[in-house]
Design a protein around this ligand. Structure first.
Ligand code: FMN
Length: 200
């Protein structure tokens, strides 16, 4: 038993085991979460920290029946960016999961809360959603790439002038044979600040 286990209750240990075992999976298969499960996932998104209570989160659910249309949007955008490109590589992305969630941020320009903080709240919401999906036994993959940076894609999804498209969460069931990725050692990323050096 590690030293931290002696202070954790069984539900706490179980919660950490879940959090620590999340990883991204691609491609994702059917089934996708049910509506009741998705509702739970979105509720966790709306618990994200939100400076100024601006509530910048805007999510667009793209179901399996719309995958072809999404693929068409991706392909057409790629063709417009680069005439001669058939856009197939981008079209295929839409078929990698039975459900996709477009991650939008409604950004208030000129607000005292900087735009980056408004977008970070959507990123925090996305992380909550990935964890929630994992708890439910589903997998997720957060993807941006050119699909997310394209104005044509953004407007096809119905996002407006003050909204940014930050990417897509692809959602579904991971393949059975998932391997845990190796994770880096915490000590390489965490240090203590020793205060201000005296007499410097
Ligand atoms: C904002 C954001 C955008 C991302 N976009 C892509 C992407 O377009 N393509 C990709 O292969 N991975 C992308 N990733 C990385 C994957 O979502 C994933 O984090 C990575 O494969 C590592 O897997 P892990 O979540 O198990 O650590 C993105 C991650 C973030 C946070």
């Amino acid at each position: 038993m590690s030293s931290v286990d002696s202070v954790l209750s069984a539900p706490q240990r179980a919660a950490f085991d879940w959090l620590l075992s999340r990883h991204s999976a691609w491609p994702l298969l059917a089934p996708a979460p049910s509506q009741a499960e998705l509702d739970l996932v979105f509720d966790t998104a709306l618990r994200a920290p939100d400076h100024g209570r601006l509530m910048p989160w805007r999510f667009v659910v793209i179901r399996e029946a719309q995958r072809e249309a999404l693929g068409e949007v991706f392909a057409a955008a790629a063709q417009a960016r680069e005439p001669g490109n058939d856009g197939e590589r981008f079209r295929q992305k839409a078929f990698g999961a039975p459900l996709a969630i477009a991650l939008g941020a409604h950004v208030e320009p000129g607000h005292k809360v900087p735009e980056i903080e408004q977008m970070m709240s959507v990123a925090a919401a996305a992380m909550n959603m990935l964890d929630a999906l994992h708890i439910l036994g589903y997998g997720g993959f957060w993807s941006s790439g050119m699909n997310a940076r394209d104005e044509q894609v953004k407007s096809a999804l119905g996002f407006g002038e003050h909204e940014r498209l930050l990417g897509f969460l692809y959602v579904g069931t991971p393949r059975a044979e998932q391997r845990q990725p190796e994770r880096p050692a915490r000590q390489d990323f965490v240090r203590e600040w020793g205060g201000l050096a005296r007499g410097a």
